[in-house]
Design a protein around this ligand. Structure first.
Ligand SMILES: Cc1ncc(C[n+]2csc(CCOP(=O)(O)OP(=O)(O)O)c2C)c(N)n1
Ligand SMILES: [K+]
Length: 442
């Protein structure tokens, strides 16, 4: 009978034999452990930064705050016409923002909000038929692709110009198959794993393989959703040409990014998934163009995902239902507008090239405002879609029984209460917030 102690001694001997044979295997260079390129170290050392030594990931920029090239920076090759096109589109966003914001205050549409150098710079660096899956601040991509102000207004009003949404979506939830712009959905983060699927579909399509990529925009707040990690995992393990652009604008409504994550932003997560990553100054339109062009090139040549984190600051309120001065000082916003304004920075650059002056600025601002107001006035009077459209376009073939039932129920309700609706809507419009607080109480 073997006593426990002897059994232990016996297994210890076996372990010794095993480890010496392992030692021989290692000595001959044989790989017996899961594949890894990790070097072996004998120092007990924990880490929590990507770059090591406690330093954070750098931010790539080419223009300084005064619009002058940084020493050693390579600017993208752009001519005057292209620079003007960039600048006009950047200026168009705040113009639209102001008009739509004021319309909303009169209760005409639900809400609107926007951003500039990151959106226009990235749009300019993509091909117009790259698939785009946005969050809700990427209207500039559509404008860059020629979507047009009438279509923008049409979607916000839900009128007949809104040919894909047919008034069934919230304002600024655009979608346009012909512009390769997938419909925005309100739940945060859903587009992130979907984009990995779109990228994979492109890779499998013989006509689009190595030509088109999927581009996915999201905020640093959305990156806290589980869908972010699911998307990164998918794009990294089932490789696809998917470009992730994280817009880090410092706030997710009232949550500052300092409370959103404890690590080094969103960029630090890329290497964890083996994804090529860069952090770029999102207020430097030329740096964004360079970074996104190179990211796109990598997506296509490697057939793999790339992550770009664009750093900026949300100077506007989150939306028209938000008063951001409740959670950040007005002076902070004013400072950022003054010190780090993406439009102004590019204007300084244009001026230094002799491509822009005060006269051109005045002309542009007047023209953009007139264009936006014209589109707004036209849109206001256009007919809207029938309510019955609520039930179309989801199911092909015969209408399912439950949809028929819902359609009939709505018809009954409209018959009974339809007359009460119009005055109620007018009542709501009298409120400066479009009746939102009243609805909340109801
Ligand atoms: C799953 C989900 N949770 C919460 C919300 C409410 N919500 C809408 S926008 C938003 C903030 C998003 O912030 P971020 O992703 O950083 O984008 P940003 O608005 O700053 O561009 C929140 C919490 C939502 N739409 N979906
Ligand atoms: K954000």
């Amino acid at each position: 009978m073997i006593r426990p102690l002897q059994r232990l001694a016996g297994s210890a001997t076996r372990r010794t034999v095993q480890s010496s044979s392992l030692r021989r295997l290692y000595a001959t260079g044989a790989q017996t452990l899961p594949k890894s390129t990790s070097p072996i170290v004998s120092k007990l050392d924990f880490f929590n930064t990507v770059t090591g030594n406690g330093t954070t990931i750098p931010t790539y920029r080419v223009l300084d705050g005064a619009g002058q090239p940084l020493e050693g920076a390579e600017l993208p090759e752009i001519d005057e016409a292209f620079a003007r096109r960039l600048y006009e589109h950047m200026q168009l966003l705040p113009t639209l923002d102001n008009v739509l914001y004021n319309i909303q205050r009169q209760g005409k549409i639900s809400f609107y909000y926007g951003e500039e150098a990151t959106i226009i710079g990235s749009a300019a660096a993509l091909e117009n038929d790259d698939e785009v899956l946005g969050q809700y601040r990427e209207m500039g991509v559509l404008l860059w692709r020629g979507f047009g102000l009438d279509k923008i207004m049409g979607q916000c009003f839900g009128n007949k110009e809104d040919t894909s949404g047919k008034g069934r979506q919230m304002p600024v939830h655009f979608g346009s198959p012909s512009h390769h712009f997938h419909t925005i959905s309100s739940p945060l983060g859903t587009q992130i794993p979907q984009a990995a699927g779109v990228g994979y579909a492109l890779r499998r399509d013989p006509n689009r393989r190595s030509k088109s990529i999927a581009t996915c925009y999201f905020g640093e707040g959305a990156a806290s959703e589980g869908d972010f990690h699911a998307g990164m995992m998918l794009a990294s393990t089932i490789p696809s040409p998917t470009l992730y652009i994280a817009r880090n604008n410092g706030f997710a409504i009232s949550t500052p990014s300092s409370e959103q994550y404890y690590g080094d932003g969103i960029a630090a997560r890329g290497p964890g998934y083996g994804i090529d990553t860069i952090r770029v100054d999102g207020n430097d339109v030329l740096a964004v163009i360079n970074a996104v062009r190179e990211a796109r090139r990598r997506c296509l040549t490697q057939g793999r995902a790339v992550l770009v984190e664009a750093m900026s600051y949300r100077v506007g309120h989150h939306s028209t239902s938000d008063d951001s001065f409740a959670y950040r000082p007005r002076s902070e916003v004013e400072d950022r507008k003054r010190i780090d304004n993406p439009i102004l920075r590019f204007r300084y650059f244009m001026e230094s090239q002799g491509w822009w002056n005060a006269e051109a600025e005045d002309e542009l601002k007047a023209r953009l405002k007139a264009d936006v107001m014209k589109a707004f006035k036209r849109s206001e009077n256009l007919k809207r879609w029938e309510l019955g459209e609520l039930f179309t376009d989801v199911y092909g073939g015969e209408e399912p029984w439950n949809i028929t039932e819902q359609r009939q129920e709505l018809a009954g309700l409209l018959k009974k209460y339809g007359n009460a609706w119009e005055p109620w809507r007018k009542e709501l419009a009298k409120f400066s917030d479009g009746g939102e607080s009243l609805m909340k109480r109801a």
